[in-house]
Design a binder for this molecule. Structure first.
Ligand SMILES: [Zn+2]
Length: 446
């Protein structure tokens, strides 16, 4: 058993003082007692639940910040994608694992405690499968075992190169599976799940699968289903040309929505699609920093009355506070207003967005996480209230300063399943993980 005592902690019912948190050997919370004495528990300052990162392609950490130069054509998501395919051509299992470990470590150091890894880099650069089809998936699990991060592995089904059956381009060969082989790989990976590792489905997008493949996946009960929805106007137009409907309208009309569904980049939606997807109980998977980086568009936050979560996607930002900030400030730029994500009952934008992303990210993960409460995994983040930017602040005001202030080093310590993985802002295995990453980067960019 482990126990922690927080001077102030954000519980499901709100902020509480002098909170004793106990967890069993598996890292599940067994008791949460506000107003308790610390006893022998480890003493903490201001504690919030760990945030799930609901969308990541870990290998893209190797190219983050390296695809910014102007090219001959108008730069866009599609020119960025060509640069991404070039990195894919340099990946192998060892490099992918080292890059994933670095990316997970950085996420932990900034306050993410669970990762939904949308994993589509399955094969060698020329498309040849590895001896074990699940090799690259196992490397994601190995990275998580090394960093201690919680993981929902989302092996992606990617079969085509355009809406409903277009041939893939050569750069997509490392991603491709037929449905039956994919389902076998899912079963094989299912043997490697445990308290910190679970699985979900990830049909890549309507650009990559057929309606029959979606139906086959939806017919398997239980696991969450993540799909890229409407990131770019071009894919919306292509779907409209092929089906007469936008991706969101097509998904709604064909019954592919509801609480199991996580719609990544729910960006280009009309009023009916916003209402339909939100009321279905699906999660909008938002990656505000990546969406800004790639010039995707702005999520319709004020109109969205449903669930949402945040993800690091292309890995240009690995900080949940910065994602929440971008989510709010993109609205401010669009609407020429401040404190957009607030209501009279919840006047602090950071708290309102933190609560929403925690709940939505938890739903998207399918894991027993998402708060400091009995029965959930003991994942927490301690903010450093001796940091000058947080000095004298408590509760929601401290969250605002974390999200909207200039401060660095605000995250002090982090635990997953009751195991403290970050101390004084640094991962306990930082040195070895960083060395492995630098070696991989030398090889990738040689
Ligand atoms: Zn993505």
């Amino acid at each position: 058993m482990v126990s922690f005592w927080a001077r102030q902690a954000l519980l499901p019912a709100g902020w509480a003082a002098d909170v004793l948190i106990e967890a069993d050997a598996a890292g599940t919370i067994t008791a949460v007692r506000p107003g308790a004495a610390p006893g022998t528990a480890r003493r903490l300052g201001l504690v919030v639940p760990g945030m799930p990162n609901l969308h990541s392609h870990s290998f893209q950490r190797a190219m983050a910040g390296r695809a910014e130069r102007r090219s001959a054509t108008k730069d866009s998501f599609w020119t960025w994608r060509e640069a991404m395919y070039a990195v894919v051509a340099r990946m192998n299992p060892d490099r992918a694992e080292a890059v994933a470990a670095q990316m997970q470590m950085e996420c932990l150091e900034r306050g993410y405690t669970h990762l939904c890894e949308f994993h589509y880099l399955h094969h060698g650069p020329d498309g040849t499968p590895y001896a074990a089809r699940e090799e690259m998936g196992l490397r994601q699990i190995a990275a998580a075992a090394r960093t201690g991060m919680g993981l929902t592995l989302l092996p992606s089904l990617y079969r085509h190169g355009g809406i409903f059956g277009a041939d893939p381009v050569p750069g997509q060969r490392p991603f491709l599976h037929d449905l039956d082989v994919y389902m076998t790989m899912m079963a094989d990976l299912g043997r490697h799940t445990g308290p910190l590792v679970s699985l979900g489905f990830a049909p890549h997008s309507l650009r990559a699968v057929t309606p029959e493949m979606l139906a086959a996946i939806a017919a398997v009960p239980g696991l969450p289903i993540h799909i890229h929805l409407a990131e770019q106007q071009r894919e919306v137009a292509e779907c409209q040309a092929a089906t007469g409907q936008s991706p969101a309208a097509w998904m709604l009309a064909n019954g592919f929505s509801g609480p199991r569904w996580v719609f990544i980049h729910a960006t280009h939606l009309d009023d009916a699609e916003v209402a339909g997807l939100a009321s279905s109980g699906a999660v909008a998977g938002l990656c505000p920093q990546t969406e800004a980086s790639l010039g995707d568009g702005i999520f319709r936050l004020p109109e969205w009355r449903g669930r949402l979560g945040i993800g690091s996607d292309s890995q240009v930002c690995l900080d949940p506070a910065q994602e929440l900030r971008q989510l709010e400030t993109s609205q401010r730029l669009k609407l020429e207003a401040r404190a957009v994500a607030t209501s009279e009952a919840s006047p602090h934008p950071a708290r309102k967005l933190f609560d929403a992303a925690l709940a939505g990210g938890t739903q998207a993960s399918g894991a027993a996480i998402g708060g400091l409460a009995t029965g959930l995994r003991c994942d927490w983040v301690e903010l450093d209230t001796t940091n000058a930017d947080l000095l004298g602040l408590e509760g929601d005001a401290a969250l605002d300063a974390w999200v909207f202030g200039p401060g660095r080093g605000v995250v002090k310590s982090v635990a997953v399943a009751g195991r403290v993985l970050v101390e004084a802002g640094q991962h306990i295995q930082a040195r070895g993980i960083r060395e492995g990453y630098i070696k991989a980067m030398r090889e990738i960019w040689a």
